[in-house]
Structures are given as C-alpha cells and as structure tokens.
Design a protein around this ligand. Structure first.
Ligand code: CU
Length: 385
C-alpha cells in the first residue's frame, strides 16, 4: 500500500483545470440499484440478456517482467543497464487496475479463465451480444477518484463515466467521479450501432477506461476490453459461434511518469505531469513498451491449433507514442477484407483481425516500431499441429 497517495498530490495547475461537479454529494455515488446480496450474472429482458459484472478498481504492485527479462532470446545492443551490472530483473510499479469479483460483496476475486490469462494488466473482458445490456456494479477500492467509461456501447448521461461541463447536475453526475471507497452501478445498452457493421466480421472490439483525468488514469492501469458479437451470432457466453479461439492484445505504452503513483514509485522525484518538458530522459526510462502489461515476451504464450479460426482483437493505449505496427511472424491475418501480417494502430485504436494459422511453431508477435521493439514490446505465439 502506498502511503498518502491520492489525487490531492495533483499539481495545482492540473487541479485548476479540473471541471467541477457542483452538485456532487458522496451519497450520490451509491449504486442506482441496491447491490445487497448476490445478483444473477444473466437475466432475460425484453430486448436480450442483462449481463452483470462486479468490477472493482484495486491497487496492486504490477510486475512487467514476472518471468524475467528478454525471454524472446532476441539479440540486443548492449545498454547502460548491462554496463552498470545492476542486472535489473524486474520492472515493478504500484498501479491501479480493474478486477472482477464473484458478487456484490466484493470479497472474492473471480478466477480468470485460462483462455483469458493473457489479458494481464487489462481489466475483465466485458462481452455481450447486440440487443443485450451490460450492468456493472463498480466499487472503487483505490485511494483515487476513478470511473468506468465505455467506448461503443450506448449510455445515458448517468452512465458515461466522464467528468466535464456537459450541463448535467445532481444524480446524473454521480457516475463522473467515484470517490475512494465509493461505488456506482453503470448500465449500458448494446444497440445495432454497437455491433458489427457491413465491413466487420461477427464481433467487434471496444474498450473501457477510467475517465476522471483520462491520460493519468489509463497510464495508472485502468483500462479493459469489451467485445460485442452481432445479434444471433453468439454462443450463450457471448462469444462468436464461428470462431474457435480469441485473443485480446493491447499494444500498451504505460508512461509511469504520468501515473497517479509516480511519486511513490520513483521516490519523490520531480513532478510527473511536466516530465515531458523538464526531464524527458527520466520519462523515457519510465515508459514501458508492453503488450497487456508484459514486456520482453513475458506475455503468456498465446497458443492455438493449425487450421483453427482465430480472432485477434488488437488495442492500443493513448499516449502520443502509442503508434504501433502489430506484426505476426509465420502466419497472416485478414483485416478489413485485406490480407495482412502487420496491422497499424494509432492511439487508442481498436482492430479485429482473423487468422487461420497454417504454419506450426513458436512465432514472434511484436510491434514493428523500432523503439518499441527494442523497448520490449514483444510476445510469442504458438501454433500446434
Ligand atoms: Cu509500438
């Protein structure tokens, strides 16, 4: 636990820029629907299923290299780190992430299915079919004010999860800033315009993130995936019926100098937000070029079988350096009806690509931008016979 770290450590310049929530009262952050006891995960409504999630923002110590450094075995140019002999094996930072719980008591973490272990630092996968709705019982266990703001899904002003001068007041503001220890129930709907369009396949990727101070919230770790399957195309669990296996990979640069916890992590070094100007070198040392929060092939091995219909959902974070070229060795994929072995991602991009692997073996999966590749934005995937 990091002592005394909260947004009150925010620089004045940024505090003054914050929009105010004039009608906010603590009791307004209580759930819209009382969340006593267990709620069923699935309920039928007229339109479709109501898919219920219990998600908390939690503080954790995140290790970008849980299994050690440079697991891809790539030759690399000797760095200052090598020369100092410090042999830094782990890159650990205090962070806040979204985690899924079993019920409204928020006592038991839901075990992540093996299929989704590779999500790493990302929040739980929220999935649904067009016509469903998504209800998230959210609890903020951090010392920060945070929110959940979804992309793509339909929301009213009381479930947008973003604080700005939108002319709303009162209870409609409660979703915009969930204070430490607070909770809120977000209700999102999934109309046709949230699902696949003419050029899409049977499912599309969206994402959610905290949108209190957006850049800092995401760099702190508060981001997760949403997958929407087209109406009538989903299995009961929401997955697309025509797909054998799915992977979500976030080409994610985390700027740890823009994390709410930077001062604690770095030992009271200079203020984070102006680091780009005042100490770009220190910032560069704290840019983590990750896939799902893992660097240097610490991403769990993404395993599939030859001939399977594999869907890749590609995502990126939103720093200005989050300009990526996701590249597979060994196999090709189809994106937007085009054959690719590399897919471009701008900041906060979402892309879906389908692969039917025909080449067995263990293959590199990496960002082709030189700095990112050298910085460790590398994973491995495996095609079994
Ligand atoms: Cu990149």
């Amino acid at each position: 636990m990091m002592p005394g770290i909260a947004q009150d450590s925010m620089p004045m310049s940024r505090r003054n820029a914050m929009p105010m929530a004039p009608e906010y009262r603590e009791d307004e952050a209580m759930p819209v629907h009382p969340s006593k006891g267990k709620m069923p995960a699935l309920e039928e409504s007229k339109a479709g299923l109501v898919r219920t999630y219990f998600i908390a923002a939690d503080e954790i110590d995140w290790d970008y290299t849980p299994r050690g450094r440079n697991l891809a075995g790539l030759p690399h140019v000797e760095t200052a780190e090598d020369e100092t002999g410090l042999g830094i094996r782990h890159r650990i930072y205090h962070k806040a992430i979204y985690q899924e719980y079993t019920d409204a008591t928020f006592k038991t973490l839901k075990v992540r299915p093996q299929q989704w272990e590779h999500l790493g630092i990302l929040g739980p996968l929220i999935r649904c079919e067009v016509g469903d709705s998504v209800r998230v019982f959210f609890r903020n266990n951090t010392h920060l004010s945070v929110t959940m703001h979804p992309h793509g899904l339909e929301y009213k002003k009381d479930a947008e999860g973003a604080l700005y001068n939108d002319g709303t007041i009162g209870t409609v503001k409660a979703d915009d800033m969930v204070r430490p220890g607070g909770s809120y129930t977000y209700l999102w709907t999934v109309p046709e315009r949230s699902g696949p369009a003419g050029m899409d396949e049977s499912s599309v990727l969206w994402m959610y993130h905290s949108h209190f101070v957006e850049s800092t919230d995401v760099n702190t770790g508060l981001v997760g995936p949403i997958i929407v399957t087209g109406r009538g195309l989903a299995r009961p669990d929401g997955s697309p019926r025509n797909i054998d296996r799915e992977f979500v990979t976030d080409f994610a640069i985390f700027d740890e100098t823009d994390s709410w916890f930077f001062e604690g992590n770095a030992g009271k070094q200079a203020r984070a937000v102006r680091m780009k100007e005042i100490n770009p070198l220190l910032r560069e040392r704290n840019l983590l070029y990750s896939i799902n929060g893992y660097i240097e092939a610490n991403l769990p091995l993404l395993t599939m079988r030859k001939g399977e219909h594999v869907r890749w959902y590609l995502l990126s974070n939103s720093n200005e350096e989050d300009v990526h070229m996701a590249h597979w060795h060994g196999n090709t994929a189809v994106w937007n009806k085009m054959r690719m072995d590399s897919i471009f991602l701008g900041p906060m991009a979402m892309a879906t690509a389908d692969m039917v692997p025909d080449s067995e073996g263990t293959w590199l999966f990496h960002c082709h931008v030189n700095d990112h590749f050298m910085g460790g934005m590398v994973g491995l995937y495996q095609v079994l016979p």
